[in-house]
Design a binder for this molecule. Structure first.
Ligand SMILES: Cc1ncc(COP(=O)(O)O)c(C=O)c1O
Length: 487
């Protein structure tokens, strides 16, 4: 039994603010795992507090809370025992979410369904490339990428995303991450020291600029996109944006804002980096064409197969304005002497054969179904919630009614139940709501479903970013149900 108390020691040395929660969680774990067997009598709160070196109030509170949850029972007179019901509750909890078979329900956004990867079509493209590729095709590639792939991409991106795509201006890269890093490094060499980033936004952007020696200026969004006033006031000359489906709020930039963004770029002799990270997935609205199509000299456009095929392929593209093209290509060359030839050739073949378009259609159908499952499950288990950002992409924003708040408590209970979710606040500059204050993001844009103006990130209610594309409808329903039972 002593060892069971030892299990509680790490919790006792948690930081003061988290100590109570850590102690409750450690006790729960000890009971669930059987280290504290049903019927075991617990030490008095005074003794346990002394053993652990914590206040008696903390132990009393933990006993009371776990008694209320059924892990412990208090007997007649003084005394607390491990409850009998706990063992029986474990299989029952699993039965209620059979599809997750006890696994964590993971709603963290960013990954497509990797089980949909078209293995046989990819293998066929690989075979055909290996059969055809001349020996000299295995030498160092053009640092911009194979001509066949750049030509295929130019056609694909012009057709699907409305970009102005000259194969000469395309650089094949290992993803949006490398495209951002290359540009950041070129801009740094030209004297830029700060880049504007959307707030809330992708933590990747900040990290990538930082690695090239650039600081980032968080810029506020409203429900139409980046707010022009703070953008002008920031003094930056480059800004990275996700105008087709803002990450993470899901808004589509309003046409007016797109025009204003380009006006800004022209007025400061600057650059917009358009991250079209999930540009291929549109459900209820006409695709919003890429910003780059409106002014290819002021917009660098980047995308990758990370959401459409698999992030592990590390394959993407960057379309650069003329005035930056030579520098970016040179930077790519000195970084890695070009992208792996076979991967490029296979992807080119995959696109040329129409396999890529077919794959996008399959995923589009699957993800739409999953999105609908998420919206329906939230409607059923969290009535009164607002789900926004759903017209496109691989994730949605759920704003739960205030009665589920405060957010910290909600997240702790959900995590205890084995469900992983990210709050919108985690995407604020500085993370977890700790960044500089800005105007809050908003809900779905004009072309999307639902009303606009979801209010500031720091609102009292619970606001979650829920990735759904990697989960089957059954797992989505089970995860939302599990979340609802936890709260
Ligand atoms: C906003 C955003 N853009 C792009 C990416 C993808 O980067 P890459 O294409 O390098 O995989 C991510 C990945 O999570 C992202 O969150």
């Amino acid at each position: 039994m002593t060892s069971a108390w030892e299990l509680l020691l790490p919790a006792a040395s948690a930081p003061a603010r988290a100590r109570g929660r850590a102690l409750r969680q450690a006790l729960r774990d000890a009971v669930r795992s059987g280290r504290l067997a049903a019927g075991t009598r617990l030490p008095s709160s005074r003794d346990l507090a002394a053993d652990l070196g914590v206040s008696r109030g903390l132990v009393t509170e933990a006993y009371e809370q776990l008694t209320a949850e059924g892990y412990l029972r208090s007997g007649r007179g003084a005394g607390t025992w491990v409850g009998e019901a706990v063992r029986a509750a474990r299989p029952r909890a699993r039965d209620l979410s059979p599809r997750s078979s006890g696994d964590l329900a993971d709603f963290v956004p960013g990954t497509p369904d990797l089980s949909l990867f078209p293995r046989s079509a990819w293998a066929a493209a690989q075979r055909s490339v290996l059969a055809d590729l001349p020996h000299e095709g295995l030498g160092y590639p053009d640092p911009r990428g194979l001509p066949a792939l750049r030509t295929a991409l130019a056609e694909l991106l012009a057709r699907r995303r409305g970009v102005v795509a000259d194969p000469e201006r395309i650089v094949v890269v290992s993803g949006v991450a490398q495209a951002t890093a290359l540009l950041a490094s070129v801009l740094h060499a030209r004297g830029m020291r700060t880049a504007g980033v959307e707030d809330p936004g992708s933590p990747q952007h900040h990290a990538l600029y930082a690695s090239a020696g650039l600081g980032t200026a968080p810029l506020p969004l409203d429900d139409e996109g980046l707010v022009p006033g703070p953008l002008y006031a920031s003094g930056v000359r480059v800004v990275v944006t996700t105008p087709a489906h803002q990450f993470p709020t899901g808004i589509a930039y309003a046409p007016r804002r797109r025009a204003e963004l380009l006006d800004w770029a022209r007025s400061v002799d600057g650059l917009v980096l358009e991250d079209d990270y999930d540009g291929d997935f549109r459900y209820d609205r006409a695709p919003v064409g890429a910003l780059q199509g409106l002014d290819p000299e002021r917009v660098a456009y980047t995308g990758s197969v990370s959401k459409s095929l698999a992030p592990g392929l590390r394959l993407g593209w960057l379309l650069v304005p003329d005035w930056l093209a030579d520098d970016v290509v040179e930077r790519k060359r000195t970084t890695d002497l070009g992208h792996p030839t076979l991967d490029q050739a296979v992807f080119a073949r995959f696109v040329e054969r129409g396999d890529y378009d077919r794959r996008l259609r399959v995923c589009q159908r699957a993800y739409r179904e999953r999105r609908d499952a998420l919206v329906a499950a939230l409607d059923e288990h969290f009535p009164g919630s607002r789900v926004t950002g759903i017209a496109a992409g691989l994730h949605a924003i759920a704003t739960l009614p205030e009665r589920y708040g405060p957010e910290e408590g909600f997240l702790a209970r959900v995590a205890e139940a084995g469900v992983t979710v990210r709050p919108l606040a985690a995407y604020r500059h500085g993370g977890a709501g700790g960044g500089p204050a800005g105007a809050g993001p908003a809900g779905e844009g004009p072309a999307g479903a639902g009303p606009v103006g979801a209010g500031p990130v720091a609102a009292k209610g619970v606001r979650l970013v829920l990735g759904y594309a990697h989960l089957t409808p059954g797992r989505i329903r089970a995860g939302v149900e599990r979340m609802a039972r936890a709260v």
